[in-house]
Design a binder for this molecule. Structure first.
Ligand code: SF4
Length: 233
């Protein structure tokens, strides 16, 4: 199996009735500013090369962001700081993104999510989070030969990513490490074969966190730069 094959399968998933309805309903109704867009309206796959050494995971795509453009963190404000910082660090081909056709390439970085469909009010239920977990776990399994660092944005994503990593064959300490900005934990492979992987906690790049100053550009750059260094980028 390849990541491209996994993505092709993922975009047909209809396992969560509430999220399927929401993604399709928002794609039909559209936001007035985007009425000329053909919304994606399907599960949003991870974006970036299949031999990435750094993975970044958030929570779920936004109804008028990823659900519109079909690409993670693209089309909503959360992506502004993410891609601008990746560009600054030499990990992206451009600082701003609009959607497919903008020429964005990521270098050694894969951006993904523990929930692949937009939830109402940006809140998936625990059941939806659990239903979607195997997709992220399989993505981590496929990235296993190369991935060395994972940056997890936000506390909800932290729990979900650790659970997916455990399912993907990583040893996660018990009790699970608690989320915090700047927290890091190193996970050995459960079968003892291969390299350890370091998980970094980071406040989410949400518009709210950036607007209130909870997460500044410097704070975000610091975590990403350290994760990239750890990944050998
Ligand atoms: Fe499938 Fe995940 Fe979307 Fe649920 S959230 S429908 S499991 S892709």
């Amino acid at each position: 199996r390849t990541l491209a094959g996994l993505d092709a399968e993922l975009i047909r998933c209809r396992a969560c009735p509430r999220l399927v309805e929401w993604r399709e309903e928002t794609a039909r109704a559209k936001r007035p500013a985007y009425r000329d867009w053909e919304y994606w309206g399907r599960p949003v796959p991870g974006f970036g090369p299949s031999d990435a050494s750094l993975a970044i995971t958030g929570l779920a795509p936004a109804a008028h962001g990823g659900n519109r453009t079909g690409r993670m963190f693209t089309g909503d404000r959360a992506g502004d700081l993410l891609y601008a910082t990746l560009y600054e660090l030499g990990l992206a081909s451009r600082p701003t993104v609009t959607g497919p056709g903008d020429g964005l390439e990521l270098y050694g970085v894969r951006v993904t999510s523990p929930v692949h469909c937009p939830p109402p009010a940006n809140r998936p239920t625990p059941g939806e989070r659990d239903t979607c977990r195997p997709w992220l776990a399989r993505e981590f399994e496929l990235l296993r030969p190369t991935v060395r660092s994972v940056v997890v944005l936000g506390g909800f994503g932290w729990q979900a990513a650790l659970a997916a990593l455990e399912r993907a064959g990583r040893q996660v300490p018990k009790p699970r490490p608690v989320f915090g900005h700047g927290v890091r934990t190193t996970l050995a492979p459960a079968d003892g074969a291969g390299d350890p992987l370091t998980v970094f906690g980071c406040y989410h790049v949400s518009q709210r966190n950036v607007f209130t100053g909870r997460l500044t550009a410097a704070m975000f750059r610091e975590v990403l730069a350290e994760a990239a260094r750890t990944a050998g980028l």
